[in-house]
Write a protein that binds this ligand. Structure first.
Ligand SMILES: [Zn+2]
Length: 318
C-alpha cells in the first residue's frame, strides 16, 4: 500500500491540510511499549476516509510546532477520529504532548465490536476465549476484547496482509532513525486495516443505523479511551487486560457518595461493579460486595487458574 512519510515541516503541513478536508480520519500510534511507564511515542499514522491517503508522522524528527496542527485536528470536536482500542494511544498523546493532547470526538471500533457481537455468555465455553478458563464463574456483563489483527477474521472476513506477513518487531527499534521500512509499512497498514474494519461495521450497521450515526458509541468510546490517563506501571495486569472494563457500555452511576475505588484497577466505580458472586457455579461462593471490581476479580481468578494449570503440567513432565 502507498503512504507518505512526514518527517519534514512542509510534508507535515501538506498532510494536515489534506486530513482537514476528510469527514473522518483514522488514527493509530506506534512506539516502544506504548502507554506503559517505560514507553515512548515514535510515529502517529493517520488516514483519510477509506484510507485513500495515509500519512506516517515521524514525531521524533518533527518539531513541536510542526506536530501541533495535527494534534489540534485530533483534539477537535468536529472531525470524527476512528481508532482501534485507543486506550494506550490516549495515554501516550498526553504523556508526550501534555494534557491538551486529547482525542476530542472519537469512535473506538473495539467498543463497537463488543457492542455488535453476540453474547460472550455462550462464546466463553470455546477454547482460547478470554473467559474460557473462568467460564463457570459469574461473568454476566463482562466481555472479551479483540486484537485489531483478529477483528476481520472474527467477522468472517479474510485478511490477506496479516495471514501472509506475520511481522515480528523489536519494541526498542521503534525509536531508531531512520526507521526501518518494515516498521513504516506496518504503521501504515494498521490504518488501512482500521479503515477496512470501519467499512465492514458500516455495512453491517454496527456503527450507524441507516444514515443515522450512533452517538452513544462516541460517548462510550470516549469513556473507554480516557479511562486511565497516566502510564501503566510494569506488571500491572488490571489496568489493561483482555476484558472490557466495567461501566464503559452502561451509563455510570453519577452518585459520587456511592462510588468507590477498585483496589486493583484504581477506577472509581459504582457499587454494582463490586457486587458479584465469587467462585465457580456450584461452589460455596456467595454474592456480596467486594473490594475489587468484578472484572479485576475475574482477572485474578483467571491468573490463579493459569498458574495452577502450569504447575500441574510441570508436575506431569517431572
Ligand atoms: Zn477493578
Amino acid at each position: 500500500m502507498s503512504y507518505e512519510l512526514c518527517a519534514m515541516a512542509a510534508a507535515a503541513a501538506r498532510a494536515v491540510r489534506n486530513l482537514q478536508s476528510s469527514s473522518h480520519i483514522f488514527v493509530d500510534l506506534e512506539g516502544r511499549k506504548l502507554g506503559c511507564e517505560e514507553g515512548a511515542l515514535s510515529v502517529i499514522s493517520v488516514g483519510t476516509a477509506l484510507a485513500r491517503k495515509v500519512y506516517v508522522f515521524d514525531v521524533l524528527s518533527l518539531n513541536m510546532a510542526d506536530v501541533q496542527p495535527l494534534l489540534d485536528l485530533i483534539a477537535n470536536q468536529e472531525t470524527l477520529k476512528i481508532v482501534w482500542d485507543g486506550r494506550k494511544d490516549a495515554i501516550e498523546l498526553r504523556r508526550t504532548f501534555g494534557p491538551n493532547a486529547t482525542f476530542g470526538r472519537v469512535l473506538d471500533l473495539q467498543v463497537a465490536n463488543v457492542v455488535s457481537r453476540p453474547d460472550d455468555e455462550i462464546r466463553k465455553y470455546r477454547a482460547r476465549h478470554p473467559l474460557n478458563l473462568i467460564c463457570h464463574y459469574d461473568t454476566t456483563g463482562v466481555h472479551a476484547l479483540t486484537a485489531l489483527k483478529s477483528a476481520l477474521g472474527l467477522h468472517g472476513v479474510q485478511d490477506n496482509f496479516y495471514s501472509r506477513n506475520q511481522p515480528v518487531f523489536d519494541h526498542n527499534a521503534w525509536m531508531d532513525r531512520p526507521l526501518p521500512r518494515s516498521y513504516l509499512d506496518y504503521a501504515a497498514n494498521d490504518i488501512s486495516l482500521i479503515s477496512r474494519v470501519y467499512s465492514l461495521f458500516q455495512q453491517r450497521g454496527y456503527v450507524s443505523s441507516g444514515s443515522q450515526q450512533r452517538p452513544e458509541l462516541e460517548v462510550q468510546s470516549s469513556r473507554y479511551i480516557n479511562m486511565h490517563l497516566t502510564p501503566i506501571p510494569k506488571d500491572d495486569a488490571y489496568r489493561m487486560s483482555s476484558l472490557m472494563p466495567l461501566e464503559i457500555l452502561s451509563v455510570p452511576d453519577s452518585n459520587e457518595s456511592t462510588r468507590r475505588e477498585c483496589t486493583k484497577c484504581h477506577r472509581s466505580l459504582s457499587v454494582a461493579s463490586f457486587t458479584y458472586r465469587v467462585g465457580p457455579t456450584g461452589s460455596r461462593g456467595a454474592t456480596g460486595v467486594y473490594d475489587e471490581c468484578k472484572v479485576c476479580y475475574l482477572l485474578s481468578e483467571r491468573r490463579r487458574l493459569q498458574e495452577e494449570e502450569s504447575t500441574r503440567k510441570g508436575l506431569l513432565r517431572a
